[in-house]
Ligand binder design. Structure first.
Ligand code: URA
Ligand code: CA
Length: 437
């Protein structure tokens, strides 16, 4: 087999066989097919697309290009959650403890944040002493004993995807739905779960800005799950404003604690409950949504989720007193109010813009190896469809340095006001399950 022939085959719009795709992925990972050939092939895929069989073959070849975690030693179905990346997306920190408190194992590897989007592992790292790295034995033992462990991704997961993603990044081939779907699903499958709940974000703060594109991506990822016999459900959700009220690492940790404590009812609470309920169904724990929702709401009310978070923090070496006293989490020395220069209803909040502000404050990484500041970020005092008076506080900036009036007024430019109350947009646009693909 020659890479050259496979490039022609895809360029001309033909379907590659599973063996051909496996050859390309193996040879590229091993370094016997060069970047320039793989780049040409990616560009051919960009224009010609791929069939679901091809996408599934690519996903599995990349998933098996490195370690594939075996969670078989843990009793019960393990359901993983993936978010395509949002701003202030604190859901995993709420969902994982709630699901685990229902007795369902949550053995989860999470990523670090990059650019305007945050990562769960950085949020957990804000807890003094918390170990985001466990040995494989520690990880599995912890899930067996307390049903939950959240750790960072290891470097050996789907190395083919790592190499291919870096190549796509510099050859204008990231923006291809078959390549994105297989990239995401290969890492999820390598992490060893039996099924997946996918939160596909759409809107200003998301990777997929348009709803139809997000739905298309969601459908392909669910179809990949179907083709490898792993129950998968995707929710296409609104990222036209940040989720919840906090953006930043220790701020979002604090936010998760207040939600699990039953103190905050907001879009983040609502989405977390929906995702957790879907996980109960995927795990085969309950037969329908009504029962799943009832059980999850109960675990929120009786604070079983909060208790589970505390157990996990303790087990991973963290200071679990933060659960009762979130002020023990890192605090930024300066707070500056962002003031509304006019009055009106908030029509839109530029999540991408606020994500970038948080990154520039130090909460996020500009480059893969940037050092972040766990304490800084933004606290939103107003959300879409709220009314503000001139002079009222829109948000509070938590920073490591004193900010100028100009800097705080710049943050206000991410808020768009209107004189009439806007219609509220749905939180979930679409749910995709096996029957839809
Ligand atoms: N996220 C991924 O993991 N892969 C892509 O290709 C795009 C976003
Ligand atoms: Ca948030």
């Amino acid at each position: 087999m020659r890479a050259y022939d496979l490039i022609i085959k895809k360029r001309d719009g033909n379907q590659l066989t599973k063996a051909e795709i496996q050859f390309l992925v193996h040879a590229y990972t091993a370094g016997t097919v060069q970047d320039y050939q793989m780049a040409a092939w990616c560009m051919a895929v960009y224009f010609q697309g791929m069939t679901i069989d091809e996408i599934a073959a690519l996903t599995m070849a990349m998933a098996h290009s490195g370690d594939v975690f075996d969670l078989g030693g843990i009793q019960g179905k393990k359901i993983d959650k993936h978010s395509t990346g949002g701003v202030g997306d604190t859901t995993t920190l709420v969902v994982a403890p709630l699901v685990a408190s229902c007795g369902i194992p949550v053995a989860k590897m999470s990523g670090k944040g990059l650019g305007h989007t945050g990562g769960t592992i950085d949020k957990l790292a804000s807890i003094p002493g918390f170990r985001t790295e466990l040995t494989q034995t520690e990880f599995l033992d912890q899930v067996r004993t307390i049903q939950i462990a959240l750790v960072g991704q290891t470097g050996t997961l789907a190395p083919a995807d790592k190499k291919l993603y870096a190549l796509r990044d510099v050859t204008a081939t990231v923006d291809s739905i078959p390549l994105i779907a297989s990239s995401i699903m290969s890492k999820k499958i390598a992490a060893g779960a039996d099924g997946f709940i996918l939160d596909v974000k759409t809107g200003s703060g998301a990777f997929m800005k348009e709803i139809p594109k997000a739905i298309e991506l969601a459908k392909i990822m669910v179809a990949i799950g179907k083709s490898v016999d792993k129950p998968t459900v995707a929710l296409v959700t609104n990222m036209d404003q940040p989720l919840g009220t906090m953006i930043g690492n220790s701020l979002e940790m604090q936010e998760a604690i207040t939600i699990l404590n039953g103190q905050t009812q907001c879009d983040l609470t609502q989405l977390s409950l929906l995702l957790a309920a879907e996980m109960l169904i995927l795990a085969g724990h309950v037969p329908n949504f009504a029962q799943a929702e009832r059980e999850i709401s109960h675990k929120l009310k009786n604070k079983a989720g909060l208790g589970k978070l505390k157990e996990m923090i303790q087990s991973q070496g963290g200071d679990c007193r933060v659960v009762d006293d979130p002020s023990l989490l890192p605090q930024a020395p300066y707070r500056t109010a962002v003031i509304a220069a006019q009055s009106g209803y908030i029509q839109h909040i530029n999540s991408h813009g606020l994500g970038l502000v948080a990154m520039q404050l130090g909460a996020g990484r500009e480059h893969k190896d940037s050092i972040i500041d766990l304490a800084v970020g933004l606290e939103l005092k107003k959300k879409v469809s709220d009314y503000v008076q001139t002079g009222e506080t829109l948000a509070v900036i938590h920073s490591s340095k004193q900010l100028t009036a100009h800097q705080s007024s710049q943050v206000a430019t991410n808020y768009q006001l209107t004189p009439t109350k806007p219609n509220s947009a749905p939180l979930v646009y679409e749910k995709i399950s096996f029957n839809d693909v």
